[in-house]
Design a protein around this ligand. Sequence first.
Ligand SMILES: *[C@@H]1O[C@H](CO)[C@@H](O)[C@H](O)[C@H]1NC(C)=O
Ligand SMILES: *[C@@H]1O[C@H](CO)[C@@H](O)[C@H](O)[C@H]1NC(C)=O
Ligand SMILES: *[C@@H]1O[C@H](CO)[C@@H](O)[C@H](O)[C@H]1NC(C)=O
Ligand SMILES: *[C@@H]1O[C@H](CO)[C@@H](O)[C@H](O)[C@H]1NC(C)=O
Length: 422
Amino acid sequence: MGPLLCCLGIAALLCRGLACPGPCSCSTKKNGRLLAECAYKELPEVPQGLSPNVTILTLSANRIGWLRRGAFAEVPEVQSLWLGYNQISGAEPGAFATLVELKNLDLSHNKMVTFPWQDLRNLSGLQILKLNNNRLAGLPRDAFQALSELRSLWLNDNQLTTLADGTFHPLPSLSQLQLFNNPFNCSCKLFWLKRWAESTSVSLTKGGSTLCAAPGRLRGRAVTDIPAQQCVAPSVQLTYLSKLDNTVLPDGLTLSLHCSVAGSPLPQIRWRIQTPGRGVEIDGPNVARDGSLSPSGRVKQSQERFLVFKNGTMAIPKFSKEDEGIYTCIAVNDVGTREVSVNVALAGSENPAEDLLQDDPHASPLGGRSCYKGDEMDPVGAGEKLVIVYHVPREVKGTAGGAVPRVGLATLLLALGIALGW
Ligand SMILES: *[C@@H]1O[C@H](CO)[C@@H](O)[C@H](O)[C@H]1NC(C)=O
Ligand SMILES: *[C@@H]1O[C@H](CO)[C@@H](O)[C@H](O)[C@H]1NC(C)=O
Ligand SMILES: *[C@@H]1O[C@H](CO)[C@@H](O)[C@H](O)[C@H]1NC(C)=O
Ligand SMILES: *[C@@H]1O[C@H](CO)[C@@H](O)[C@H](O)[C@H]1NC(C)=O
């Protein structure tokens, strides 16, 4: 009895740090690394009881179907993890996050539809990532944000149809990228990849066989060969519409800004308005053809002040001091985004001499550019300054007290602000 207990005790001591689950074989390599070899064992899950000192874990060619959160919590020192040729359909967030020492991760030849991309933030030492031959249909733009050491990225043979512009930008060490055999949709959303491939030193393995599956006319053509003339980044120009509708004068001034855009595909127009009191974003036209706010009930109250037409014009009836601020037109298409701003201000005047300028605002010394140059006044890049000078009749001024300008009898002097977004 005594000798037996003793033996067990010694075995336990020896085995601490060398524990090896039944199906695996464990060995210490010359460099002191501990290898746990568990390939080809029909394992349905990651085996329990691994030594915390394991640095190489081979689980290839098993029957693992799913990786739970903390699946590798027992082996925080692992540097190489081989999980290829399993039946892994996905992994819970947190499955890999404990593997902060990881350098090589092979998940190729599985059935992954999802991957816990956020776990990669913890794997900042990762050098090789193989996710090829899975069923991944997409990945977030910031998936590879933390992988400053990553050299090799294999994403070939998946279901990727597109990739967000900049997906590979955070990878300073990347030298090899595999993307072939994905059903890429070569819309202009993917055009950045062509330009990136042309300028990068990263080797795009089988780049010429990284093909478009859609649209029909580009099917079978290389992603690096998308015709350039079809994808043109937006350009945008913002002008003040110097049209005064006399009928609205008793109620005040209707300010109209016109945003004209070009690009291919034709850019969508959005507006952003920043007044001292609030910020408003308008994603598209909110006025129907018949002039009613549309579709009724869907226009937010905060947007009602701003009438956005389909043709690129925005009108602000009864423009007042409260509406002063930065008006930005944003042009968006699949290739990119451009925006241009104008800083609109109202300025009251009691000097009738200024009224004379009314006839020719372009020649006016009060013109937006010369009088209030946007970039001098406002280094934040608020754009050109458009100053609307209105005449305040003496009798009105006394009661208005600097609030909403009454321009019923006023003369309007319009300084022209033109901002170019090229
Ligand atoms: C495991 O690592 C610990 C800490 O580095 C060390 O003390 C122990 O000897 C190692 N065990 C083996 C079997 O290498
Ligand atoms: C991710 O790494 C940080 C430190 O690098 C660690 O504190 C955190 O616990 C890790 N996340 C997980 C889920 O292990
Ligand atoms: C390809 O992308 C474009 C633009 O994003 C989209 O309109 C089109 O439906 C997509 N085609 C396919 C086959 O997914
Ligand atoms: C755009 O449409 C509105 C409403 O129909 C109109 O008032 C405005 O003048 C148009 N703008 C241009 C530049 O044609």
